[in-house]
Write a protein that binds this ligand. Structure first.
Ligand SMILES: N[C@@H](CCC(=O)N[C@@H](CS)C(=O)NCC(=O)O)C(=O)O
Length: 317
């Protein structure tokens, strides 16, 4: 791993673990919003109007946070409006790169070799982590946002009069419920698996893994009684959960030691994951090879040999 310090890439820097061995995920830094008319969004500055061909999205197929954004790009039919680049699966000393490999889509705008170069183009003295996803504005030559939770909200509605297809995954009457579910799923599961996997002490791991399975148990109960997380309406909350569930048995169960139970051991959750997987927006966004290689080869402090396990065999389809 590494990070940018005053615009310079420094490999080996890792400030994510606190003195109790717990992962502390930093807040995203770029928090502007694309809006239909260019007015300011909930955070950041205005001036980012929804216009076809103006924005570009950088993702890693492995990353569950970035995966939300590519699903929303598909759901809303934004592929012709917003360009896409895909990094190499390996995140090592140089951070995310665009090294040539199957599934990689290079950077057409700057010909960047590394994702950090895009951060520096936006912010020459940037200090902080270089994460995916990144939403880039070609007009102002700046990063609009590197926060997936915000990017999916923009994609959900900002382009509705600029060529997006129909669909509202954050409908007003359900917002309070969606927000509450999101919070619990984020703390216990989306981020919980990372807290378990990156824990540097037994106590930190124990706490995190307990939270992971408490959350899965709670979700199993909820989904035994309802089709989607918020009743009969498929919402943002489902998609935010899905990208973690998809990776659960493949990497979190083994690599992150979340192994009390497997996802396939939860009948309602497993059926729900397969229902979401069957949605036509999903297939173009999934690369199992990138997912497995990324986790097992990038986190050498957890898996020093970098060996990628053959299994498990999972029938999503
Ligand atoms: N809050 C961010 C988190 C994104 C994130 O942590 N992405 C990971 C990949 S899964 C990353 O790029 N990590 C690189 C690093 O921390 O140096 C979001 O949801 O957009």
């Amino acid at each position: 791993m590494g990070m940018l310090i005053d615009g310079n890439w420094e490999s080996g820097k890792d400030k994510l673990i606190d003195d109790k061995g717990r992962l502390q995920r930093p807040q995203s830094v770029f928090r502007h919003w694309i809006t239909a008319d260019g007015s300011a969004g909930p955070t950041g500055e205005g001036g980012f109007k929804a216009e076809p061909g103006r924005y570009h999205l950088y993702v890693a197929r492995a990353c569950p946070w970035a995966h939300r954004t590519t699903i929303f790009r598909q759901l809303k039919g934004l592929q012709p409006l917003i360009g896409l680049s895909v990094t190499h699966w390996l995140m090592a000393d140089e951070g995310w790169t665009f090294k040539d490999a199957p599934g990689v889509i290079p950077d057409p705008l700057h010909g960047a070799d590394n994702l950090w170069q895009i951060y520096v183009k936006s912010e020459p003295h940037y200090t902080g982590r270089v994460t995916v996803p990144v939403l880039w504005d070609m007009r102002t030559q700046r990063i609009v946002s590197n926060e997936s939770a915000d990017i999916i909200r923009m994609f959900n509605s900002a382009f509705d009069d600029a060529g997006a297809i129909e669909g509202d995954y954050y409908p007003a009457p359900l917002r309070a419920e969606i927000d509450a579910v999101n919070q619990r799923v984020y703390d216990g599961l989306n981020n919980g698996v990372y807290k378990a996997g990156f824990a540097d002490s037994q106590a930190a791991y124990d706490e995190a893994v307990t939270g992971v399975f408490d959350t899965l148990d709670w979700l199993e109960e909820r989904l035994s009684a309802s089709h989607w997380l918020c009743g009969d309406t498929l919402t943002e909350a489902d998609w935010r959960l899905f990208t973690t569930l998809l990776r659960f048995d493949l990497v979190y169960h083994g690599h992150f030691k979340c192994n009390l139970r497997r996802l396939v051991d939860y009948p309602a959750l497993w059926a729900y994951t397969r229902r979401l997987y069957a949605h036509p927006a999903v297939a173009p966004t999934v690369d199992f090879d990138h997912i497995k290689r990324h986790y097992y080869q990038s986190h050498r402090h957890i898996n020093p040999t970098g060996i990628v396990p053959k299994g498990p065999e999972i029938a999503f389809g």
